[in-house]
Design a protein around this ligand. Sequence first.
Ligand code: NG1
Ligand code: ZN
Length: 527
Amino acid sequence: MDLGAITKYSALHAKPNGLILQYGTAGFRTKAEHLDHVMFRMGLLAVLRSKQTKSTIGVMVTASHNPEEDNGVKLVDPLGEMLAPSWEEHATCLANAEEQDMQRVLIDISEKEAVNLQQDAFVVIGRDTRPSSEKLSQSVIDGVTVLGGQFHDYGLLTTPQLHYMVYCRNTGGRYGKATIEGYYQKLSKAFVELTKQASCSGDEYRSLKVDCANGIGALKLREMEHYFSQGLSVQLFNDGSKGKLNHLCGADFVKSHQKPPQGMEIKSNERCCSFDGDADRIVYYYHDADGHFHLIDGDKIATLISSFLKELLVEIGESLNIGVVQTAYANGSSTRYLEEVMKVPVYCTKTGVKHLHHKAQEFDIGVYFEANGHGTALFSTAVEMKIKQSAEQLEDKKRKAAKMLENIIDLFNQAAGDAISDMLVIEAILALKGLTVQQWDALYTDLPNRQLKVQVADRRVISTTDAERQAVTPPGLQEAINDLVKKYKLSRAFVRPSGTEDVVRVYAEADSQVSWDSSIEKEPNIR
Ligand code: NG1
Ligand code: ZN
């Protein structure tokens, strides 16, 4: 470690005095102007992590669905996963170290993690379309190079594309080619193969309106659309040419306001979807003939996907274990439908995709989605091999189903939830099953629900257990929730501190909107 050079370069990326940041569920996130030192230091940390794991590490510069003025950074571990928890702590220590303590913290981390400093390091970098992202990613590169790391800057990428690149590079190309071309070709080939088998080829299955949140999704979808245009034509809205990133549009806006984005004209029964600002979340929606808006969120996406996968397995004659992983925000109707109608086991984890991802890895096939539309499906290596064999050896209908599953496996981004990949999976399933968006929506009816943010002096006074469904502290809070909830049918409510914002989130659902609203009226303190 050339400590002299580190000190010299670090001074060029000086930390504002007194600024304390936390590596949260989605890395560091705050106003872009406060992040230069964090970026430089995450470049340093990525090199140490790369040396320790002897693998390529990813650094993504994005603040996802947050306002355009914000930015953020997260590290991507060797298999495309979120950073290991002990390294999240190192990230927080390093980002918050005062200038004079930086060297000591770096040496401490290297010693604690037994990093061999002679080992080579390789870091790949991606960024979203925010005005601040280019300069901030340059600061990451400064950090990487000052510690002697090699790097490849992919420039503009969606977050899941960067996860894909990291995964490809660390699996010797088995998963795919670590280029943007490789990503487009892998997904599009699988998609076109699948849609060729669809008997319903009417226009309604072949066109889709996409709200790109004025973000990176628009750019990447434009680059990619000609690869799959044989199977689907996409019409892009909020493509960044006029509006502001995530402003009145995008998956987060649509899900939390339960209304369509601005800047998109929707005719009745037209199938539409929204990406978030870094294209790792997707939700669908439509207007019915009476002009009512219907949202199809991550829960219904998980239901469509898991039921299709289950049907394919039955057809092939394989009994593999499928599990669906949700969080406490999953609508109670979705959980009931999956367990009681689909007979698929459902598990609940804490909020944050890393928790869902880990749980999903326990199954032969693990489907995970947050209600906000972030999710994917994971297939064990044994399953992938088995299905490949079946696609070659079985006959007729079974072979056809195995071939379909093989393509579906290729179409999923197994490194991370991916709006583009999920969109193509959903479009392929709807076409293959001949389902309209209304039929999909009618699988079950969501319980009316609301989510509120509440500002409190210190959100950390609230701690939770049971996958965040029960409050442990402060004393009396859970009892008060229980007293309210028992007055309503099919009701459920919980409170938890956000991991990404300085707020407490309140969620409630009940059998009807009237029940929900009256419960809030009687309890004005909740607002
Ligand atoms: P927090 O702020 O901890 O609720 C939010 C989302 C998560 C996840 C992360 C990371 C909700 C209720 N929470 O977490 O699902 O997406 O941001 O982006 O949607
Ligand atoms: Zn996102």
